[in-house]
Design a protein around this ligand. Structure first.
Ligand code: ZN
Length: 281
């Protein structure tokens, strides 16, 4: 699934290539209806320029002139593509923004229930009651932001009895990390995914903090991870998956110690790790 680096890459590309374009039409073609209709979207977006694209955890927020925003969660395999030309043909398109200059932004491979249309002023408090993924109002700290210090991470871990991996994936604690990056982060930090989160020493917390920054930066620098369906706005894949050290390497030798990479389930999530490098004590 797209995680912080992939969503941030799309944010930057949308900001650079789509912002400033004015909507001529909106088409909803998802197989199932979402929380708003095509008529709703046309009423508030047509003839409005896209003015900004923001990221909140793994969510993209597209702000339009006139005071409305689209919030999008790409889920497992969602893709934004900007044409023309499409480097890869859009598949299973749920929403299309046609711009007056002839370009077209499509959102594919995501159910419309993960797309929301609401007044921009309500985005940060959204949604007050709905219990779905990545609620903006309940998102935790952004691990690339200024508030994510070693001390802040220590505070988030303190007293937590659950598995370290699950805490790192909890969007209401840290917003933007998911299954793929957390496995690489924990390998980098030499920490077991099953460690009790609250049991880390100060030195281990410093290692974990550094590993989070390193792996997110590596993912960004390599253009994101396309081990599933992530592509850039022009359809090209990223290369972080080629740099995986544990993900999808079950049975292969650890690149550091040579022991065999194993796969286990942590909270139901497939987890790759090196039992020799990653301390479980
Ligand atoms: Zn190892």
């Amino acid at each position: 699934m797209p995680e912080l680096p992939e969503v941030e890459i799309l944010r930057r590309e949308l900001q650079a290539q789509a912002v400033g374009r004015t909507v001529a039409d909106v088409c909803l073609t998802g197989r199932r209806p979402g929380s708003f209709t095509q008529t709703d979207a046309r009423a508030v977006l047509v003839n409005r320029p896209l003015v900004a694209v923001r990221r909140r955890g793994k969510l993209l927020v597209l702000d339009f002139d006139g005071g409305h925003s689209l919030i999008v969660h790409l889920m497992m395999v969602g893709q934004f593509l900007l044409s023309p030309p499409f480097a890869s043909e859009p598949r299973d398109v749920a929403l299309t923004l046609q711009f007056i200059d002839g370009t077209m932004l499509t959102l594919g491979q995501v159910d419309l229930q993960y797309v929301h249309l609401l007044p921009t002023k309500h985005v940060d408090a959204w949604p007050a009651t709905q219990s779905s993924l990545g609620l903006v109002a309940r998102l935790g700290v952004d691990p690339t932001g200024p508030h994510f210090t070693v001390e802040a991470l220590a505070g988030l871990l303190h007293g937590r009895r659950g598995a370290l991996k699950l805490l790192l994936m909890n969007q209401s604690v840290i917003a933007g990390l998911g299954n793929t990056y957390v496995d690489e982060i924990l390998f980098n930090a030499r920490l077991s995914p099953t460690r009790v989160a609250g049991s880390l020493s100060p030195d281990e917390i410093r290692r974990l903090h550094a590993a989070i920054a390193e792996e997110l930066a590596r993912g960004l620098a390599l253009g994101g991870s396309s081990e599933m369906a992530f592509v850039h706005l022009d359809g090209t894949p990223g290369r972080y998956q080629d740099a995986f050290r544990v993900n999808q390497r079950k049975g292969q030798p650890c690149p550091v110690c040579g022991a065999t990479i194993e796969r286990l389930k942590v909270g139901g999530r497939g987890t790759y790790w090196c039992p020799q490098c990653q301390q479980s004590a």
